[in-house]
Design a protein around this ligand. Structure first.
Ligand code: NAP
Length: 257
């Protein structure tokens, strides 16, 4: 048997790299994706290979839906199978503007990368997974969408981001319902405040809020925290639970009195 294979979008740094590391530790070979040229991610590939994973770098803008099939062909040509798709790549608005000042360009950019691209990539990968399951090449397929607590927490200076993540939550449920009978499980992992390049610019604000008790666990989340949750789902440890949300936020969204 060949090893299971995961395609992790945005796997070249931040949460995606945390996910890739945990999947490597769980015995997965990895296709990781990003925007940068291959030479820029060679050290990341070397690190994952040192964990025992076969690796492939797929340079692709997830918003470029016309390039999805070629990217999937690349993964299948390299590894012969794809067991898990982790839709992790995502962006914050370039400018945190009040919802009344949000531009159409920013709305379109964030929605294209965070929602439209991942949904259509999921559709394309699911079709290939159905063929692989039908041919007995994989036991089950798994699609894991990385959303955010912003799927439910309203931030008026990042409306387009919140709306995109709320859409990811519904996309997860729709795909879970469509694919449950056909051997593909679909989950949503919902991170809280996590230390990456995305949050570096607002680290002082979050340091203060965390110290004041915003989260029950008074620390930042790490890419490894999210990686462990995704690896558990991708490995099939959690059963009879398709469509579920795993919130990894240190208790930020837990109602308290
Ligand atoms: P990050 O540190 O900014 O890393 C983003 C990753 O996505 C990089 O690998 C980047 O590739 C890739 N990427 C960006 N745009 C892309 C595109 N159009 N097509 C393909 N790849 C693209 O972000 P992060 O904090 O790890 O966030 C990862 C996911 O977690 C996002 O969906 C984000 O919304 C979500 N999230 C983050 C937090 C947080 O606090 N950090 C909280 C909740 C949810 P390059 O390296 O080539 O640039």
């Amino acid at each position: 048997m060949t090893r299971p294979v995961a395609l992790v979008t945005g796997g070249s740094r931040g949460i995606g790299l945390g996910i890739a590391r945990e999947l490597a530790a769980h015995g997965f070979d990895l296709a990781i994706n990003g925007l940068r040229p291959p030479a820029d991610v060679q050290t990341v590939l070397d690190e994952l290979a040192a964990l025992g994973a076969g690796t492939r770098y797929i340079r692709l803008d997830v918003a470029d839906t016309g390039a999805h099939d070629a990217a999937i062909d690349d993964v299948l040509g390299c590894f012969g199978r794809i067991d898990a798709l982790v839709n992790n790549a995502g962006v914050a608005p370039s400018v945190r503007a009040d919802i009344l000042e949000m531009t159409p360009e920013s709305y379109d950019r964030v929605m294209a990368i965070n929602l439209r691209g991942p949904l259509l990539l999921s559709r394309a990968v699911a079709k290939r997974m159905l063929e692989l399951v039908g041919a007995g090449r994989i036991d089950r397929g798994r699609i894991i969408n990385v959303s955010s607590i912003s799927a439910t927490v309203a931030s008026i200076s990042r409306a387009e981001y919140c709306i995109s993540k709320a859409g990811v939550a519904m996309a997860t449920r729709l795909l879970a319902a469509r694919l449950a009978d056909e051997g593909i499980d679909v989950y949503e992992v919902r991170p809280g405040i996590t230390a990456t390049d995305m949050t570096a610019a607002v680290s002082e604000k979050y340091d203060r809020l965390i110290a004041e008790g915003l989260t029950v666990e008074r620390r930042w989340g790490t890419p490894e925290d999210i990686g462990r949750a995704v690896a558990m789902l991708a490995s099939g440890v959690l059963t009879y639970a398709t469509g579920q949300v795993l919130t990894i936020d240190g208790g930020l969204t837990m109602p308290r009195l």
